[in-house]
Design a protein around this ligand. Structure first.
Ligand code: ADE
Ligand code: ZN
Length: 332
C-alpha cells in the first residue's frame, strides 16, 4: 500500500505555505535575519508542537512565520515544499498563503508573493509541477483589513487563482466576509474557504450560500446536517480533508474515528491533504498512508481520492484531462 500511495500521481489542494516551515529551515532563516526565537533549539521548538485546539497551533504558526522577512526567505520556504512535491508525485498543487500575517509586520505584499511565485515557476520548469496560489484572508481580522489585502493583490492578479478564508474559525463566521468575497469574485478570483473544521454545520451553510465557495476546506462538521450533505453533493463541491491535521488539533481523537470513510460512503467528494505538514507530522503521502491504515481503505478508494484531487482542482479542462491521463497510465 505504501508503495502504491507513493507512486500515485496526485494533487494537493489544501496546503498553507507558512505551515510547511520545518524547524530546521526556520532556525536557518531566523539566524540569517538576526531574529531571536523563543526556543533555543530545533528540539525545543518541536517539543512545543502539542496542540489542544486550532488556536494553540495558530499562536505558534504565526510566531514561526515571523522569521520570514525577505523575498529570498519566501522563495526558500516555497522551494523546500516544491522539493517535497517532487518526491511525493504531487504533480499539481494549490498553495494557500496568508498575506496579512506578513503585511501586519511591515513586510510588503510584493515581497511575499514574488518569493512564493518565483519558486513555483522554477519548480514547474524543473519538474513540470503546476501550481496555483490561493490568497487567504485571516478571519480573526476585520473585513476592512481583508479589503486592504484585496487592493494590494490587484497588481499581482495574474499570479493568484483564488481567495480563501483561514485562521480562528469559531466566532468568525463566513458571513463576516460577505462583501470582500463578493468583491474578490468580481476581480476574477475563485472563492474557497475553511468551514466546519471547528465551526458547526451552519458555518458551512454560510460558506456555500453567502460566500458561494467552490470547494470546502475541511468540512468535517458538514456531517452534522443531512440536508447540508445533500446540498454539497447536489452542488458537486469537494471537501479538502486533512487527516493528520484533524488529530493534531484534536478535531478528532483518533484517526480510527476519522469521518473520511463515512464521507466517501455518503457520496461526498473528498481529497487528502497535509494542511500544515511541518506542524502536524506528515506530508501528503503520510496522510494517505496513515488514513489508509486507520480506515482500511482499498486501492480503489485511494485511486478515487487521487482522481478527485485532479477532478476538483482549479485546473482548466485540458490540463485536468492531462493529469488524469497520467493517473490512468500509472495504474495500467
Ligand atoms: N491556517 C493554517 N492552518 C489552518 C487550519 N488548519 N485552519 C485554519 N487556519 C489555518
Ligand atoms: Zn488549512
Amino acid at each position: 500500500m505504501k508503495q502504491f500511495i507513493e507512486g500515485l500521481p496526485k494533487a494537493e489542494l489544501h496546503l498553507h505555505i507558512e505551515g510547511t516551515f520545518e524547524p530546521e529551515l526556520l532556525f536557518k532563516i531566523a539566524k540569517r535575519n538576526n531574529i531571536k526565537l523563543k526556543y533555543d533549539s530545533v528540539e525545543e521548538l518541536k517539543k512545543a508542537y502539542k496542540f489542544n485546539c486550532l488556536q494553540d497551533f495558530l499562536d505558534i504558526y504565526y510566531q514561526g512565520a515571523g522569521a520570514l522577512i525577505h523575498e529570498q526567505d519566501f522563495y526558500d520556504l516555497t522551494w523546500a515544499y516544491m522539493e517535497q512535491c517532487a518526491k511525493q508525485n504531487v504533480t499539481h498543487t494549490e498553495i494557500m498563503f496568508d498575506p496579512q500575517t506578513h503585511t501586519e509586520r511591515g513586510i510588503s505584499f510584493d515581497t511575499v508573493i514574488n518569493g512564493i511565485y518565483k519558486a513555483t515557476q522554477d519548480a514547474e520548469k524543473k519538474w513540470g509541477i503546476s501550481s496555483f496560489l490561493i490568497m487567504s484572508y485571516l478571519r480573526h481580522l476585520s473585513e476592512e483589513e481583508a479589503f486592504k489585502t484585496l487592493e494590494q493583490s490587484k497588481s499581482h492578479k495574474a499570479k493568484i487563482k483564488a481567495v480563501g478564508l483561514d485562521s480562528s474559525e469559531k466566532g468568525n463566521p463566513p458571513s463576516k466576509f460577505k462583501n470582500v468575497f463578493e468583491a474578490s469574485v468580481k476581480e476574477g478570483y475563485i472563492p474557497v474557504a475553511h468551514a466546519g473544521e471547528e465551526g458547526d454545520a451552519d458555518y458551512v451553510w454560510e460558506a456555500i450560500d453567502i460566500l458561494g465557495i467552490k470547494r470546502i476546506d475541511h468540512g468535517n462538521n458538514s456531517l452534522q446536517d443531512e440536508r447540508l450533505i445533500a446540498e454539497i453533493i447536489k452542488r458537486d463541491l469537494a471537501l479538502t480533508v486533512c487527516p493528520l491535521s484533524n488529530t493534531a488539533l484534536q478535531v478528532i481523537k483518533d484517526l480510527k474515528d476519522h469521518p473520511l470513510k463515512k464521507m466517501i460512503d455518503l457520496g461526498l467528494k473528498t481529497t487528502i491533504n497535509s494542511d500544515d505538514p511541518a506542524y502536524f507530522g506528515g506530508q501528503v503521502n503520510q496522510n494517505y498512508i496513515e488514513i489508509q491504515k486507520a480506515l482500511s481503505l482499498t486501492k480503489e478508494e485511494l485511486y478515487e481520492l487521487a482522481k478527485n484531487s485532479f477532478q476538483y482542482s482549479l485546473l482548466g479542462e485540458s490540463k485536468k484531462a492531462e493529469k488524469l491521463k497520467e493517473l490512468e497510465d500509472f495504474l495500467n
